[in-house]
Design a protein around this ligand. Structure first.
Ligand code: IMP
Length: 422
C-alpha cells in the first residue's frame, strides 16, 4: 500500500514547503522529518499564531498527528528542547513527539568546527548556517557520532569524553580554545534526561502504521539542489534532501511511497554561496526580495533572488521522480508587468535543457528566457485553476510542459488557505 507522501524542496530551499505540508497534514497520521537539522526554518501559521520550526516537523501542531524526527536527522538537543518549551508555553502538550534512537546528536564541538572551517576556508566558502550540520554528519559517516540511543544511556559519558579528546587535538591545530569535558557533560546529561522519554524505535512504529494503512507525510528540509550528491557540490548541505533521503532517513521502503511533491516558487531564491544561473543582481532582484519577503527564517540573511529556472526544476523533477509540483508565490510574481522564465541554458554557444551540477558549467551558463505577461491582479481568492486569469494559467501550463510534471498545488497568497489544489 502506498500510504506515504513526500514533500520536498525542488530548488535551493525556502520554497514554502510548510504550506503544502500544512494543507496535507489534516489527512495524515504521521509527520516525519528525514534529513538535515536546525539549519532548516519552517514558518507555519495556525489559528492566527505564527510558529517558526527548525527541527520539529510542522505536523507536531496537530494532536492527532504523531511527529517523528527520523534517523536521518541530526539533532541539537538544546534547540530541540527550546522548541518543545516554546510549544508548551503556547499550550501544546507535545505528547506526540517521537525521536529516532538512530538520529545523531549535534554537540558544541560540531558548531565550533562548522564556524572554524568556514573561517579558514580560502576557496569555496560555503556560507553554512553554522549550526554544526556538516561536522555532525562527518562524525556519523566517520563512525564516531553519538546517536540518540547513546545520548540517553550511560554510554554517553565515555563516548563524549573520547570525542572531546579527539576534537581538542583538532581544535589545538586550529588554535582554538580547548573544550572542557566536565562542563559539556554536566550540561548535556540534563538535556539527555529531558529528551529520553521521546526516544524510540521509529522504524517499527512507522511500519506498524503502514500495515494499518495509516497515512504518513515525510516533510523534507533544505532542497534538492542542496543535496550532498545531486546538488551544486561543494555548495550544498551535508545530507540528502532528495527522495533517497526520505527512504534512508526513515527506514520506509520505496514501495510504500505514493506521491512525491516538489515545492518551488514562481521565481527563484538561494541563500548562501554557490552558483545561481538566473540570479538578478539588480533592481528586479531587489523587488522580488521585497515582494516575496525573502529573508532567512534561520539566519535572517537576505536571500539571493532571480527569475524561475525551469532547467534546474526539470532536473529536480527527474532525480526525485516527482509526481507533482507545488508552485508558491504566484501572487508575488504576478505583481510584475512582465515576467521572465528560464527555459534553457546557453553553454559555449549551444542551447541545452540538460542541467549539470558541475560548477564550471553552472558559472558559465547564461539563461535563455521566455517572457510572460504579468499583472495577474488579486488572485488570493482563487481556489480553482480556472479562477486564475488566463495569463497566470499560461505561466503554470508552461511550467508543466517544460518539466513534464503536473502542477498539483498553487500558492496564491501568504495565508494558509490561499492555495489551489488540483
Ligand atoms: P549547512 O546546511 O548549514 O551546512 O549549509 C550549507 C548550505 O546550505 C548553505 O548555503 C546554507 O545557506 C544552505 N542551507 C542549509 N539549510 C537551508 C535551508 O533550510 N534553506 C535554504 N538554504 C539552506
Amino acid at each position: 500500500m502506498k500510504n506515504v507522501t513526500v514533500v520536498l524542496g525542488a530548488f535551493y530551499g525556502d520554497e514554502g514547503k510548510g504550506k503544502v505540508i500544512d494543507y496535507l497534514s489534516a489527512d495524515n497520521k504521521y509527520a516525519v522529518r528525514y534529513s538535515g537539522g536546525n539549519n532548516a526554518g519552517h514558518s507555519v501559521e495556525v489559528n492566527g499564531i505564527k510558529f517558526a520550526f527548525h527541527l520539529l516537523p510542522s505536523g507536531i501542531l496537530y494532536d492527532n498527528v504523531k511527529a517523528i524526527l527520523g534517523n536521518g536527522v541530526v539533532i541539537d538537543p538544546k534547540v530541540l528542547i527550546e522548541e518543545i518549551n516554546n510549544l508548551k508555553e503556547k499550550g501544546y502538550k507535545v505528547k506526540n513527539l517521537y525521536i529516532s534512537e538512530k538520529a545523531h546528536v549535534i554537540l558544541p564541538y560540531h558548531i565550533i568546527l562548522d564556524e572554524t572551517l568556514e573561517e579558514i576556508r580560502e576557496v569555496n566558502k560555503l556560507g553554512t548556517t553554522k549550526r554544526g550540520i556538516g561536522p555532525a554528519y562527518c562524525d556519523k559517516y566517520e563512525r564516531s557520532g553519538i546517536r540518540m540511543e547513546d545520548f540517553v544511556s550511560k554510554r554517553f559519558k565515555e563516548l563524549l569524553k573520547e570525542n572531546i579528546n579527539n576534537k581538542n587535538l583538532i581544535l589545538k591545530a586550529y588554535k582554538k580554545p580547548k573544550l572542557k569535558f566536565s562542563e559539556i557533560y554536566k550540561e548535556y546529561k540534563e538535556y539527555a534526561k529531558i529528551l529520553k522519554p521521546y526516544v524510540c524505535d521509529t522504524v517499527t512504529m512507522l511500519h506498524n502504521a503502514i500495515r494499518k494503512g495509516e497515512k504518513i507525510l515525510c516533510e523534507g528540509a533544505q532542497a534538492s539542489l542542496l543535496d550532498i550528491d545531486f546538488g551544486s557540490y561543494p555548495f550544498v548541505t551535508s545530507s540528502n534532501p532528495t527522495i533517497g533521503g526520505a527512504i534512508t532517513g526513515t527506514g520506509i521502503g520505496a514501495k510504500y511511497i505514493g506521491e512525491v511533491y516538489g515545492v518551488i516558487k514562481a521565481y527563484s531564491s538561494r541563500v548562501g554561496a554557490g552558483p545561481f544561473v538566473t540570479e538578478l543582481l539588480d533592481e528586479t532582484g531587489d523587488k522580488i526580495r521585497e515582494l516575496g519577503h525573502e529573508y532567512g527564517v534561520t539566519t535572517k540573511r537576505p536571500r539571493r533572488c532571480g527569475w524561475l529556472d525551469l532547467v534546474s526544476i526539470r532536473y529536480s523533477c527527474m532525480i526525485n521522480g516527482l509526481t507533482g509540483l507545488c508552485v508558491n508565490h504566484l501572487d508575488t510574481i504576478g505583481k510584475f508587468d512582465k515576467i521572465k522564465v528560464c527555459v534553457a541554458y546557453e553553454y559555449k554557444g549551444k542551447k541545452t535543457l540538460d542541467f549539470s551540477t558541475n560548477i564550471d558549467f553552472l558559472n558559465n551558463c547564461t539563461p535563455v528566457y521566455e517572457e510572460f505577461e504579468g499583472n495577474f491582479g488579486d488572485i488570493s481568492k482563487c481556489r480553482k485553476f480556472e479562477d486564475l486569469p488566463l495569463k497566470a494559467q499560461k505561466y503554470i501550463n508552461r511550467i508543466e510542459e517544460l518539466t513534464d510534471t503536473p502542477v498539483k498545488f498553487i500558492g496564491v497568497g501568504a495565508g494558509r488557505e490561499e492555495i489551489i489544489a488540483r
